[in-house]
Design a binder for this molecule. Structure first.
Ligand code: ADP
Length: 679
């Protein structure tokens, strides 16, 4: 049998999948042929399969290096359930237990052994690795080796040396979802990959609908609650910027959602979901006691509580495949971070939604944080400066995502260094998304925009930024000395709108020529234009505790006679959808229930009812075996099952995601449920 056929056979036998996804087969074949690889794929694309399938076929053991303990347990559970012998060693085990696992592995009773990078430093493990034939080393989240990435971990630096010291060099396979060229080069260098086959797959996730909504902070909680209330059967993650917000928002959701649902029911609307009895949301952050945090994670992962409200501490180790939506309550610090977090939606390939709520104060907060990063105390001042500039660049791209009127899928794929994927729309030259809609769907392709001429506002702002750098005498003439430092954006807006605030008057700012020049323009508009000018390079906002507005590279253009400046703002959602809640004059109009997702097959009511029945059965089984429901079957598999309605072993095996081990363990009960359905 060729490697290729053997690999496909294993994919079907263990995982129940008929074919490899893009990128997978090339990586699998290269590994089987003895070549190092680097696989760069977005979250959810299926990196694990790329080393798990070779692991089942190679003679020796595969050591998987993975940064998070919770991820290990999950992966090992899933593998064992699929009939592949796997184990992990980590600090949650006693030395005796660890010894047992190593002995098992040394006997060849384990095909995949998961360890954290710190483990490689221990004598015991080095000893084990020197005596046991290791065929493959798989390094998950390989970008952790690079200081240019988001999640640098010094423990990753030891991996290269560990490999170099092995008696026989195994194949080394590295995987990451971070695609920048620089990080990729670091991975190859630091891990010592030899002539690796590098595969970068498409970064577009076509089952995700991207939504960006600009919204005042005070409206966010109500919006999130109403979204959750109108998606009662769905599991979701809400990411917040601070620990405090996670707790407040979770409490607000738990107060508001039951009432909203009751109102919906009374109006003959939303049917009661399976999860309507307990709390709807649970908070999760790094400051909670470990047991409370672990319970929160368990409740979410086992579908007991549908929504987790978390800081970015949540998720790296979570492989829950049926997360139907991810809402960001604030703007994250980079596209990398956003894509990784948002990408936790829809890992099973089913349509899912990623919504980002943001406003100007997010930008201010993020800029401020750029300067207060004390993590890297050991860096020299030059290194710190490079680090800051790097972070600033990442942040600017994130702001660009919030502000763009182009297709959001295209924005992402461009950012990750791809050209626009075929068939995805970018809107026409006027930013009118109607021309061609992108495949996965996004709010920009679904919206129409109005173009606003803001030339005069932009000129006034530019003038004011200049003005406030000087002091003025009684005749409103600049004194030239001493030159001021300039002001923050809030003050600039206040001066332009002729504020009578104490600090404006006390500093004599009412004497500068542009004072009150935009009295007639709404404050929100002035702020909006100022912010857009920063994004477009006319202005530059310094980082630090008190960010100052100065001139950007394109500042001179604003005084040219032919200067013309327009911005685009969402006018309304293109198709009218019930209950559209406009978020103000400049906000995107959007609906809590959201547009129909993607171009997926419609589901009949009967199939939907059967799907719910199968879900309930899955939950019972999961409880019996003490594992998360998605370890039993993914939502996608259950949907396929509800459609196919298999009642024989052969047809059951034909369902996407059913392998031999699953058939043996669960086939009978699911087929019974299917046969008995509708009786
Ligand atoms: P990643 O590690 O890249 O984030 P995973 O390896 O967790 O992604 O895979 C995401 C989901 O896709 C899992 O549920 C996995 O079982 C599924 N999957 C992977 N490969 C295939 C395939 N060839 N066909 C169908 N589903 C797949």
């Amino acid at each position: 049998m060729t490697d290729n056929a053997a690999a496909l056979g294993a994919l079907k036998q263990y995982f129940g999948y008929d074919s490899f996804r893009p990128g997978q087969s090339g990586l699998v074949e290269a590994i089987l042929a003895g070549r190092d690889v680097l696989g760069v794929m977005p979250t959810g694309a299926g990196k694990s399969v790329c080393y798990q399938i070779p692991a089942t076929l190679l003679p020796g053991i595969t050591v998987v290096i993975s940064p998070l303990i919770s991820l290990m347990r999950d992966q090992v559970d899933a593998l064992t359930d699929a009939g592949i012998p796997a184990a992990f060693i980590n600090t949650t085990q006693s030395p005796d237990e660890q010894g047992m696992v190593l002995a098992q592995a040394a006997r060849g009773d384990v095909k995949l052994l998961y360890v954290a990078p710190e483990r490689l430093d221990t004598d015991r493990f080095r000893d084990f690795a020197a005596r046991t034939p290791v065929s493959l080393i798989a390094v998950d989240e390989a970008h952790c080796v690079s200081q240019w990435g988001q999640d640098f971990r010094s423990s990753y630096l030891g991996i290269g040396e560990f490999i170099a010291n092995l008696p026989a060099r195994p194949v080394v396979a590295a995987f990451t979802a971070t695609a920048t060229e620089r990080v990729r080069r670091d991975i190859v260098g630091m891990l010592g990959l030899r002539n690796p086959q590098v595969t970068v797959t498409g970064f577009d996730r076509e089952n995700l609908y991207f939504d960006v909504i600009r919204m005042d902070t005070k409206r966010k909680a109500a919006w999130v609650a109403s979204y959750i209330a109108s998606h009662p059967d769905e599991s979701g993650i809400v990411y917040c910027a601070t620990r405090k917000t996670t707790e407040e928002l979770a409490a607000a959701i738990n107060r508001a959602v039951p009432a909203l649902r009751a109102a919906g029911d009374a109006a003959g609307g939303v049917a009661d979901g399976l999860d309507s009895l307990g709390p709807v949301a649970v908070a999760y952050h790094g400051g909670m006691p470990a047991d409370v945090r672990n319970q929160a994670q368990r409740d979410f992962v086992t579908d007991r509580i549908p929504v987790v409200v978390a800081t970015n501490a949540f998720g790296m180790g979570i492989d829950k495949s049926n997360v139907r939506y991810v809402i960001h309550h604030n703007m994250p610090e980079s596209i990398e971070a956003y894509y990784q977090e948002a990408g936790r939606a829809g890992r099973d390939g089913e349509p899912s939604r990623c919504t980002l709520l943001w406003n100007e104060s997010d930008i201010v907060t993020r800029r401020r944080l750029l300067d207060s990063d004390y993590e890297n105390d050991r860096m020299t001042p030059e290194e710190q400066e490079i680090n800051r500039a790097n972070k600033r660049r990442l942040l600017d791209a994130m702001i660009g995502y919030c502000r763009t009127t182009d297709c959001l899928h295209t924005y992402m794929t461009r950012y990750f260094g791809e050209t626009a994927p075929a068939g995805s729309g970018t809107g026409d030259a006027n930013g009118n998304g109607d021309a061609a809609k992108c495949k996965g769907g996004c709010t920009n392709c679904d919206s129409t925009f109005e173009t606003l001429d803001v030339t005069d506002i932009a000129r006034a702002i530019s003038r004011c930024v200049h003005d406030v750098m000087y002091d003025y005498d009684d005749r409103n003439q600049p004194t030239r000395t001493p030159m001021r430092q300039g002001l923050g954006s809030g003050k600039i807006v206040a001066v332009l709108r002729g504020s009578r605030a104490q600090d404006v008057l006390a500093r004599g700012l009412d004497r500068c020529p542009s004072y009150g020049r935009l009295e007639q323009t709404p404050e929100a508009r002035v702020r909006d234009v100022l912010s857009q000018m920063t994004t477009d390079g006319f202005l530059f906002v310094s980082e630090g505790r008190l960010p100052i507005v100065g001139f950007g590279k394109r500042a001179a253009e604003t005084v040219a006679p032919d200067f013309h400046y327009e911005i685009k703002r969402v006018e309304r959602a293109a198709s009218s959808r019930s209950g559209a809640a406009s978020s103000g004059r400049f906000g995107a109009a959007t609906v809590a229930s959201g547009p129909a997702l993607g171009s997926f097959e419609p589901v009949s009511e009967a199939d939907e009812a059967l799907f719910q029945r199968l879900r309930a059965l899955r939950r019972d089984i999961a409880q019996e075996i003490g594992k998360p429901p998605y370890i039993v079957f993914s939502d996608k598999t259950l949907r396929d099952m509800a459609r196919v309605k298999p009642t024989t072993d052969e047809r059951f095996l034909g369902v996407n995601g059913v392998g031999e081990s699953k058939l043996k363990q669960y086939g009978e009960r699911f087929m019974e449920a299917i046969a008995g359905f509708g009786d």
